[in-house]
Design a protein around this ligand. Structure first.
Ligand SMILES: [Zn+2]
Ligand SMILES: [Zn+2]
Length: 149
């Protein structure tokens, strides 16, 4: 199998105070239909690149919000304090240290080509999907969470 070209992309929040540069190979790309994602985005689902924290360069000061997910996992979500755009989320290990992986809200990328090139590999928490939306053809369907690297 050919190695996919790494994604190099820039993105940021609605008001422009937080900018994010990404260069790397997403571990996976997926949609999440859980109720937390609905609230975080104010939309029907989140569309995420699961990336290595080290592959992100963040300019500005995203606001941090800690929450315990329904699964019991400690998560921290980051968003622009001025315009509220959701930017990314971190999963905390039991020792309080963030995991290596970051869940990047992929809608923040400036160039839609970045999104065109990455079809979601998985849809998770499909039981939370609104009834009038169809599953994406060729995308793995999971009622709950998929194990993250
Ligand atoms: Zn902003
Ligand atoms: Zn979710």
């Amino acid at each position: 199998m050919a190695t996919p070209t790494p994604t190099t992309a820039t993105g940021g929040c609605f008001c422009g105070k937080v900018r994010i540069e990404y260069s790397g190979e997403p571990m996976t790309v997926g949609l999440c239909h859980c109720s937390d994602c609905r609230k975080i985005t104010g939309s029907l689902y989140s569309y995420n690149f699961v990336v290595k924290r080290a592959d992100l360069k963040i300019t500005g000061s995203p606001k941090e919000l800690a929450k315990i997910a329904d699964s019991g996992t400690h998560i921290k979500n980051y968003f622009c304090a001025d315009c509220g755009t959701p930017l990314y989320g971190l999963r905390m290990n039991s020792d309080g240290v963030p995991a290596e992986t970051t869940v990047l809200r992929a809608g923040i990328f400036d160039d839609i080509e970045v999104l065109n090139q990455r079809r979601p590999e998985a849809e998770i928490f499909t039981s939370g999907r609104v009834s009038w939306m169809s599953p994406i053809e060729g995308t793995g369907q999971f009622v709950g969470m998929v194990p993250l690297p």
